[in-house]
Design a protein around this ligand. Structure first.
Ligand code: ZN
Length: 252
């Protein structure tokens, strides 16, 4: 089975459409969304509609939770807060109700071998960041599955944990998952990448489910260019803070 896993769309419809087309072309038949569908960008209703119709698993992010007032905006910077208030006013009642029904943490795959959560498996509604090996080490005790997929930091990262408990950072361009190791995978951001590469990011997971015994599970980060200028124009036309448009061009 080929899964497309993505996160942090942030109401950027142009980036989302580009990622959905690319994942489809690469054979991804089941889509998993790790949250922050809204916040920052100008197309929250359109992005929720696309995610609702195309993803089999969706967990909420902190911006989604702020939009439905389940998370306070006190730790948001002023631009993020302004965008949350605009998003709250803009979302349809039906889309707000859909956000309210999302589970904070979910499993997917035949028999549930993988976990999906926006920020951390330990405290999914505390919105902590996993930025280094130290942060990651604590998290492996909080999920039982072989791999946990996260977003939130907007930076693709692969962390592996061996049988001996040793935790290490690995390359995430294309990797085979070893059966005797466990993984924490940050899939990057669709709609507001912050790793210096403005292209939308998503992850392709190819599993051996139902395949032959020697099949290998692989993951690969996909980067896709999209119409950044159109997304920027919509942010400015909506009177959202201009800095939210500017940052898309530089991937920060
Ligand atoms: Zn985010």
């Amino acid at each position: 089975m080929v899964y497309g896993i993505f996160s942090d769309i942030h109401a950027n419809l142009e980036a989302l459409e580009a990622v959905l087309s690319r994942l489809d072309a690469l054979g991804a038949r089941r889509l998993i969304c790790l949250g922050d569908v809204v916040g920052y960008g100008a197309s929250p209703n359109e992005c929720i509609a696309r995610v609702r119709e195309s993803c089999e698993v969706v967990v909420p992010g902190n911006h989604d939770y702020a939009a439905i007032q389940r998370t306070s905006t006190e730790f948001f910077n002023s631009y993020a807060r302004e965008a949350v208030l605009w998003t709250r006013r803009t979302l349809t009642p039906d889309h707000l109700a859909w956000l309210e029904g999302l589970p904070l943490s979910a499993t997917f795959g035949t028999g549930g071998p993988y976990r999906a959560v926006h920020a951390t498996p330990c405290l999914p509604d505390k919105w902590d960041y996993i930025l280094d090996v130290q942060d990651a080490r604590l998290q492996f005790a909080c999920f039982e599955e072989q791999a946990c997929f996260v977003g939130h930091s907007h930076q693709p990262v692969l962390v592996a944990c061996g049988r001996d408990g040793r935790v290490s950072l690995e390359r995430l361009d294309e990797s085979a998952l070893a059966a005797d190791r466990r993984y924490l995978v940050n899939v990057g951001s669709v709609g507001q990448p912050r790793d210096g590469d403005p292209r939308a990011a998503a992850l392709l997971l190819e599993t051996a489910e139902g395949g032959s015994g020697d099949a290998v599970t692989t993951i690969r980060i996909v980067r896709e260019p999209y119409d950044v200028e159109r997304a920027q124009r919509k942010i400015l036309e909506a009177d959202l803070p201009a800095v939210l448009a500017a940052r898309l061009a530089v991937g920060q």
